[in-house]
Ligand binder design. Structure first.
Ligand code: SF4
Ligand code: SF4
Length: 229
């Protein structure tokens, strides 16, 4: 899942300063699961914004709404509020939701209420940790199921870097050295050949070096196209 954290309140208040009537829009997807951007949070934030405005001696009408997902067209039909009747929408979805909604409502400023951070797993109550960076060329098969892109601070494809200190990462001593973990996992699996094999440099065009990436399911795209004809 994608993890997104709410922006600091003062940043949100400054963003909304030119507007008098705003809609806080929650999303029922990942941000609801990580308890940062769902319906409850939208309601709470709308109340906090009204209060902050009152305390600052300004008038602000702040309503809230929530849809199942802000990254899919069909769910916008379920909006209770019409975004076009507001000066601005504060979306508390991830960055994909904010941008997609901007395309659907080009006449309304759609503002980001969140900082979108990483692909995570829920490792303990209230704790989400980064596990994947969407690099587009997964190498977990030969790294013992541990991602070197996220679990190594330098995202090395051939580790370790030599700076490992008592099992900790030299860049971030709070974390285990990802490459040491990979080594130990491969050793336990009897797969140290994978560790010794020198890997070629990664093709960053599959990552963020090649512009916007797309997933196209050919059959589905073709049947949709013929249905539209
Ligand atoms: S290797 Fe790439 S796709 Fe696989 S888990 Fe790591 S970042 Fe994600
Ligand atoms: S100490 Fe380990 S995790 Fe840290 S940068 Fe070096 S190889 Fe990567």
């Amino acid at each position: 899942m994608i993890v997104a954290e709410r922006k600091p309140m003062d940043e949100i208040v400054a963003m909304l300063a030119p507007h008098r009537k705003v809609l806080v829009l929650g999303c029922g997807g990942c941000v609801t699961v990580c308890l940062t951007g769902g319906e409850k949070q939208a309601e709470l934030l709308a109340g906090q914004l009204r209060l902050a405005a009152r305390q600052a001696g300004r008038t602000l009408e702040a309503a809230f709404d929530c849809i199942t997902r802000q990254c899919e067209r069909e769910f916008f039909d379920n909006l209770t509020e019409d975004p076009r009747t507001y000066d601005a929408v504060l979306s508390i979805a991830c960055g994909a939701g904010v941008q997609y909604m901007s395309e659907l409502y080009p006449e309304v400023p759609i503002l980001p209420g969140m900082n979108t951070t990483f692909l995570a797993s829920n490792v303990a109550g209230g704790v989400w940790e980064e596990y994947c960076r969407g690099c587009g060329d997964c190498v977990l098969a030969w790294t013992g199921g541990i991602c070197p892109i996220t679990q190594c601070s330098k995202s090395l494809i051939n580790g370790t870097c030599g700076g490992t200190n008592n099992g900790k990462c030299e860049v971030n001593p709070e974390m285990e050295c990802g490459w040491l973990r990979i080594y130990e996992r491969l050793k336990a699996l009897g797969q140290l050949d994978n560790y010794r094999t020198l890997r070629a440099a990664r093709d960053h065009r599959k990552d963020r070096g090649g512009g916007v990436r797309r997933l196209v399911l050919k059959d589905m795209a073709e049947s949709q196209e013929s249905g539209n004809e």
